[in-house]
Design a protein around this ligand. Sequence first.
Ligand code: GDP
Ligand code: IMO
Ligand code: MG
Length: 426
Amino acid sequence: MPNTVLIGAQWGDEGKGKIIDVLTEDADIVVRYQGGNNAGHTVKIEDTLYVLHLIPSGILHEGTLCVIGNGVVIDPLALVKEIRELEAAGITVDGRLFVSDRAHVVFPYHRLLDEAREARVARDRKIGTTKRGIGPSYGDKVSRVGLRMCDLVDEDFPGRFAARAAEAGSVLEALGAEPPDTRAVTAEYVEAAERLRPLLADSVDMLNRAVREGRSILFEGAQGTMLDIDFGTYPFVTSSNATAGGACSGTGIAPHRIDRVLGVVKAYTTRVGEGPFPTELKDAVGRHLGEAGREFGATTGRPRRCGWFDAVIARYAARINGVDAWAITKLDVLDALETLRICTAYRGANGRLYESVPADTRVLSRCEPVYEDMEGWRTATQDITRYEDLPPQAKAYLSRLCELTDVPLGILSLGPRRASTIRVAF
Ligand code: GDP
Ligand code: IMO
Ligand code: MG
């Protein structure tokens, strides 16, 4: 398989985990390149549901190597827990999972800072984070005071950690939060480091060697384009580059070694957490999408906000990521609807028509979607295995999404399991 980057084109939870699982069949290595355990990637195999947070979804295929790249921020306790859960389910990770020694470590003070900052700001400024310490951890990385996995396994770790914890502790106190017990945290982290030590690798060298040997790499994006730190609905975003560019900086693989980009997009739109969402439906249709699509966060269990397909953000995502093909997921969730709406542009409060996403979140939050309507198909699609057998209205809807975004359909997903997937042209 050509080296492929898979990204989310909306606000996350597009079904990336499921599509990664399907594509892993053709890949030698699956690598996560950004984010942390704020991600929740669900894979359903037969009747078992697996939710991966830090470990690439490719781990569920026996022969595949998995790498957590340098661009990821790692909570070692969460990683050890995830490894144990996989082992309990009979999946071995030793010899198959490698963790970058350059990846930054998430500490309890990052989580507490994340929580304390969210608690203090006014309601309209809350981001609705997953409280996994992602923002403060990337903040330390960019401020050049973070500790990395190579530091965690070093004998100097307790001393270096104590110095960082003292500084973070005074910030926490100023925010009215109680700093964690440094000694207890050190002991827990040293124990986790022992479990993780054999998995640490120079992933940059390892992945480049694999590319030279002609092995195929699948880059597993987390979050989505509209949560990207640069291109998303700032400040209601996550703290990393969830877009395709992040695959290079988060792994050390050069841009021209990447062959293609697959964008994963839901046949409608969801968002979890705060921030503008032009096509959000707060009515019975929104509730129907939430129920039919089982739209609850895989990490926090929060209900996801639901709305119509937004071709403005999909088109924006297609450009930023250079999407070669779409994997359109959850089409089956629309089965019962009589009429479907697609947002083709926004009308700003000033009457201006926007065909791309405005930078100013305040402008975006006052935009009204401009819709075109399409007829629903009102037939169950979950068991359809050939594109030709789809109801004509479903084909028309898919064609319109592709036309509006100028990206062809590569994969269609009609249910959470591997079997409910139609490889159209990818
Ligand atoms: P990710 O974060 O992008 O990996 O997505 P999540 O796992 O957070 O959320 C996607 C949810 O939709 C999961 O519960 C999947 O099992 C489910 N899912 C994925 N594809 C489909 C599909 O085509 N149809 C339906 N009904 N569910 C799907
Ligand atoms: P996957 O990979 C959906 C959202 C949070 C919040 C914002 C910032 O499963 O698609 P953070 O904890 O990252 O600082 O929170 O980003 N968020 C996600 N929403 N899917 C995700 O990941 C997300 N990861 C973070 O809800 O709005
Ligand atoms: Mg998710």
